[in-house]
Structure formats: C-alpha cells, structure tokens
Design a protein around this ligand. Structure first.
Ligand code: ADP
Length: 251
C-alpha cells in the first residue's frame, strides 16, 4: 500500500522567517501519529501544508501520492480543527452539523447510500445517536467535540487529522475521546494524525511520535522518546515527565 503522507525536506517561510525547516517524515497506512512541540514550533503550519492550505517554500509533500495543492479527493481526508465552541443559542441541530461534512466532501451527490444513513452511522460511531435532534450549542464541550469528529467521519476518510482536539475538555471526557480514536485506528484502520500539547497522553496512545521545534527533533516509536535528550532539546533543561493520575474519586 502506498504511503499516506510523505514530507521530503519540506520547509516553510513567512516573510523571510523560517518556521519549518527540512522536515522529512512519512505517515504510513494505519499509523497513529502524534505531533507534539511547544507553542510556535510549527505544528499547525505543518497540518496546513498537509491540507494544501499552504505550499512549502522548499522541499515537497505528497498526500496519497499527490501534491496537496493538486489533490482533489478530499473525502479521503477528515479534519477536526482546534476546539471550536458553538454559541449556545445557535439554532442548528447536531445532525445538521454532521451533514455539512457530507456536503463538503460532495459524498451527498455521489454515494449510493442516503445522506441520512451515513450521518446516523457517524453519530453512532461517536456515541451521539440519542442527541441527533438536539441543538449543538446546548451540548457539553466533549459532546461538541464528538459532533465535529462525526462531521469529519461522514465521508468515511482514510486519514483523520485532529488539531489540539482536547483543549478545555475534562480528563474523563478526554479518556473516552482517546478510546474513540483507538477504536477508529485499531478496529477501523483509519490513519490518524493528532497534534497535541499533552506529551504524556499522546505518547501512551500513538504508534509514532514526531516532535517538532521548527525542525523534527525526534520521530519514531513513543517508547524510544522518553530519554532526556529529545525532551531537553524540545522544552529546555527544566522538563520533568510526570504521569497523569486518574481523577480522584470522591467518597
Ligand atoms: P504551533 O501550532 O506549533 O503553535 P504555528 O504553526 O501556529 O505553531 O506557528 C509557527 C510560527 O509561524 C509562529 O511563530 C507563528 O507566529 C508563525 N506563523 C504561523 N502562521 C503564520 C502566517 N500566516 N503568517 C506569518 N507567520 C505565521
């Protein structure tokens, strides 16, 4: 099977300032890739390059074998943006938000199955079937996040890209969120790219870790990451890795 994303010595400059330099790595089918790095290290820029929203200043990028700027088969890619919250008064239902993902991918017009079926399948996958008719603004942050994931999943993408998806979500909701990603990756074979600040959680979940600080500081198996060298290169000398405990149970 061909590679999903290939970055080959890709660099990006804005007004002469180089924010990504000589980035080379490959995302293979079935990978669950975590991209971590401090603020301003180029994570979002990297996603924008993969999504064809920017063209690299140097080097090349291929998505399913094609330069992203020439790529047309966008239903193969789902994208969940950084946490967006919906206005509580927004008069839009959950199933309507998910349907916009179909229109974006044009699957509505080309698919044999009805739009309603695929919307309901996507909502089932994220555990939101019961909330299909609710106003999206009335849902909790974690539920809204699930709706955005369902929206990205309606086109049945082979690659799902998530940008800092757990900001503002409580730890319990985060763990069911990661269980959902695990299911999509391991059971459904969806290739995942997850940008996050949370090194501890990400390193536990992903199969491949890429650490950015303008350049790729580390790329490999997460278990090979927890030596001091890449962490120090990334965050400075004061970094200390601490485990996350589950939330305290109240008596
Ligand atoms: P991260 O997602 O890791 O926080 P970003 O990719 O958002 O980092 O930003 C990397 C650097 O590029 C930052 O210094 C940011 O200010 C700069 N940058 C990002 N987008 C633009 C842009 N459109 N124009 C100019 N500078 C930008």
């Amino acid at each position: 099977m061909s590679d999903v994303v290939v970055l080959d010595h890709a660099s990006m400059e804005f007004g002469g300032a180089r924010v990504l330099e000589d980035v080379t790595f490959t995302i293979e089918p079935g990978d669950f890739v975590g991209i971590i790095g401090p603020n301003g290290s180029g994570k979002t820029t990297l996603l924008r390059l993969i999504l064809g929203l920017l063209a690299p200043s140097a080097g090349s990028i291929r998505v399913f074998g094609v330069a992203p700027t020439a790529f047309r088969d966008w239903r193969r890619i789902g994208y969940v943006p950084q946490r967006t919250s919906f206005d509580a008064a927004l008069p839009v239902r959950v199933d309507e938000v998910v349907t916009t993902g179909l229109v974006a991918s044009r699957r509505w017009f080309g698919s044999g199955s009805s739009g309603r079926d695929v919307v309901s399948d996507a909502l089932g996958l994220v555990g939101m079937t019961e909330r299909a008719g609710d106003r999206v603004g009335a849902l909790s942050a974690g539920q809204q996040q699930r709706v955005l994931i369902a929206r990205a999943l309606v086109s049945n993408p082979e690659l799902l890209i998530l940008d800092e998806p757990t900001g503002g979500i409580d730890p319990e909701t985060q763990s069911s969120f990661y269980a959902l990603l695990h299911h999509l990756n391991r059971e459904r074979g969806v290739t995942l790219v997850l940008v996050s600040h949370d090194i501890g959680v990400v390193a536990r979940e992903v199969t491949k870790l890429a650490c950015l600080n303008r350049r790729v500081i580390f790329c490999g198996r997460p278990q090979d990451y927890f030596t001091n060298d890449p962490l120090t290169a990334l965050y400075g000398t004061t970094v200390r890795v601490v485990g996350h405990e589950p939330p305290c149970a109240h008596a």
